[in-house]
Design a protein around this ligand. Structure first.
Ligand SMILES: [Zn+2]
Length: 265
């Protein structure tokens, strides 16, 4: 990579398990008011967090942890069969105040630097477009980064992410969470509008969950549209239907989930 890299080493890492290969790249936003504050947090002994890389909004790249070490960026969560995501991933933090401090678009120089970094990383570790994910994909119930302003489609065009082709809407309406998910499957509107009985609604929700699992999300297939399914649908929308992120599996979202499941590993 033909770029200057600033090295600010973080003590917050440990060894990767001997058997672990690098399988994923996880993108984050720093979620702090300034780049300096984020750099301090990520490199301070005792903070318990780090990442391999941090990219400032002007495109400056910081190396914080060597890629062969296990940086502490993803925390609790999963993707496909990986339950220790830090062990098998590279973590990249993008400077952005995040939803709590004035979330804003990622500037061009920052994304260009990210693309340069990804070009090296993908080549070095033999990664494929489906291997780039967001922190919210790993931990949909806890995390929202890098968020709906992250340019996934642009990265897909550059060969670093997957993106579905145009879809037509799902024929039988939407699925959403109910207050009492234990004994209600699907949402009232679809049930009356489309005349679905609760068994076919349960099947529809199971199929939705199966498709989300095929993409990589850690979600139970139980036919119940509860809080977990809502969080995973919202995480999916943040990436693939960023215009509306509401956790409601409307017919466009359902069609997109099916399309992305088909192009995932
Ligand atoms: Zn994060």
């Amino acid at each position: 990579m033909n770029r200057e890299i600033r090295e600010v080493w973080s003590p917050n890492y440990n060894a990767r398990p001997v058997s672990a290969d690098i399988e994923l790249v996880v993108v984050h936003f720093t979620g702090m008011e300034t780049a300096d504050a984020a750099l301090r947090e990520l490199t301070q002994l005792g903070s318990g967090v780090s990442a391999h890389w941090m990219i400032d909004e002007d495109g400056t790249i910081y190396r914080l942890v060597p890629e062969e070490r296990r940086a502490w960026h993803a925390g609790l969560g999963s993707w496909h069969h990986w339950h220790d995501v830090n062990a098998v991933s590279i973590g990249i933090e993008l400077v952005n105040p995040g939803h709590d401090h004035g979330y804003r678009p990622f500037p061009d120089p920052q994304i260009e630097a990210l693309e340069d970094l990804l070009a090296d990383t993908f080549k070095c570790h033999g990664l494929r477009p489906c291997d780039l994910i967001g922190h919210s994909d790993v931990a949909p119930e806890r995390k929202q980064d890098p968020g709906e302003l992250f340019p996934w489609e642009r990265l897909a065009r550059a060969g670093f992410s997957i993106w579905p082709d145009e879809v037509s809407e799902y024929p039988d309406g939407g699925l959403g969470v109910m207050d009492d998910a234990e004994d209600f499957i699907g949402d009232e509107e679809s049930r009356t509008e489309f005349g679905l009985d609760s068994i076919s609604l349960r099947e529809s929700v199971s199929e939705l969950q199966e498709n989300l699992r095929a993409i990589g999300y850690g979600i139970e297939t139980n036919g119940v549209f509860g809080a977990q399914t809502e969080a995973v649908v919202a995480a999916f929308q943040r990436r693939f239907r960023p215009g509306t992120v509401d956790g409601y599996a409307d017919s466009e979202t359902r069609a997109l989930i099916q399309a992305v499941a088909q192009i995932s590993r």
